[in-house]
Design a protein around this ligand. Structure first.
Ligand SMILES: [Zn+2]
Ligand SMILES: [Zn+2]
Length: 339
């Protein structure tokens, strides 16, 4: 039902693509990260919550949106979106044709973060899964434990008179942090990129992003007084940790929030003071559990450690194959130089 073409995942029966990387006529978009939601399509279909984020990223286009579990048809193909739990609006795409079902996962995480919708395994014949963290070393701690660690780190920095600069992807991760830090912070300073993503969510009226749910957010500008910067809690995107932008918070401590921080060497490599393995993707066990829960007879493995993960599935007696795509790793910040 799906072909792997140079433009992306293509469904000939419905004449549409899913997350294509080249401009096409009709695109169904799993979520608003830039390696999945690209510029130049004539028609975009996504979840309602993804639409304002596409607007932010790509400007005006021919956008259409649906809710989860609201089937529509393109030619003979029945299409429905189901929560992927990855970021706000992220969806798995279910396709049904003549009794056969395929599901494209996009990026997903199975732990409910309270803002992205709760992941549901969708029964299917063929499942196309990501494998960003498809190595057995990647196993996440429960989020309350990670958030408690971050909160303690902030308290320690405060008592040492330092600002706490958290590096987190501006769409998804940053919002999880905002919610989790309300207990320890009345005000959080944010980098412009985090500010813009946040404003898009607020003005779209997406539930959970009203001011009552979150600490007060302030955008850092050249005019922000030094007094406010001292000892503050800051959220900034990847790259800010090694740019002059961060110097204004001196003295400060840097904490990077990314699945790659599970590997200690990566914390050192990024020159961070602390690493928190907080991810928006399924870990090794999450990937395996999902593959089993779908009941699929055939698994295609896309971006990440697709060779390792597909080989493991084959050893376990599950028909699997790796697929080359142009999906990247932008949402966890660029570390995978695993050798
Ligand atoms: Zn993503
Ligand atoms: Zn991805």
């Amino acid at each position: 039902m799906i072909e792997f073409t140079p433009q992306g995942l293509y469904c000939p029966a419905g004449n549409f693509y899913i997350d294509p990387w080249k401009p096409v006529e009709k695109a169904i978009i799993t979520h608003a990260h830039s390696d999945h939601a690209r510029w130049g399509h004539q028609y975009y279909l996504s979840h309602h919550f993804t639409k304002p984020l596409l607007q932010l990223r790509l400007g005006n286009n021919n956008y259409h949106s649906v809710g989860w579990n609201e089937p529509i048809r393109m030619n003979d193909v029945k299409i429905s979106l189901h929560p992927a739990g990855h970021i706000i609006g992220s969806s798995q795409i279910r396709l049904e044709l003549k009794g056969e079902v395929w599901v494209v996962s996009g990026d997903y995480k199975i732990e409910n973060d309270g803002i992205s919708g709760e992941f549901e395994p969708v029964p299917c014949n063929t499942f196309i899964t990501e494998s960003t963290f498809g190595l057995p070393i990647y196993n996440w701690k429960p989020q309350p434990e990670i958030f408690a660690n971050i909160q303690n780190w902030i308290r320690l920095n405060r008592s040492a008179g330092k600002a706490s600069v958290l590096i987190a992807y501006s769409l998804g991760k940053a919002q999880r942090l905002l919610k989790a830090l309300k207990e320890v912070c009345d005000t959080i300073l944010v980098h412009g990129a985090v500010w813009n993503a946040h404003q898009a969510l607020v003005s779209a009226g997406i539930p959970g992003f009203s001011t009552a749910d979150l600490p007060v957010l302030e955008k850092v500008t050249p005019e922000t007084p030094k007094k406010k910067l001292m000892g503050s809690v800051v959220i900034a995107p990847s790259g800010a940790e090694s740019s002059p932008w961060i110097k204004r918070f001196s003295p400060y401590s840097i904490g990077i929030c990314s699945g790659w921080m599970q590997v200690r060497g990566n914390v050192r490599r990024k020159n961070a003071d602390a690493g928190f393995a907080l991810s928006d993707h399924a870990d090794w066990n999450g990937l395996l559990k999902t593959v089993k829960d779908t009941g699929a007879e055939k698994i295609f493995v896309t971006h990440g450690f697709q060779a390792v993960f597909s080989r493991y599935l084959i050893e376990k007696g599950i028909a699997a194959a790796e697929v080359k795509t142009e999906f990247g790793m932008e949402d966890e910040s660029e570390i995978p130089v695993e050798s």
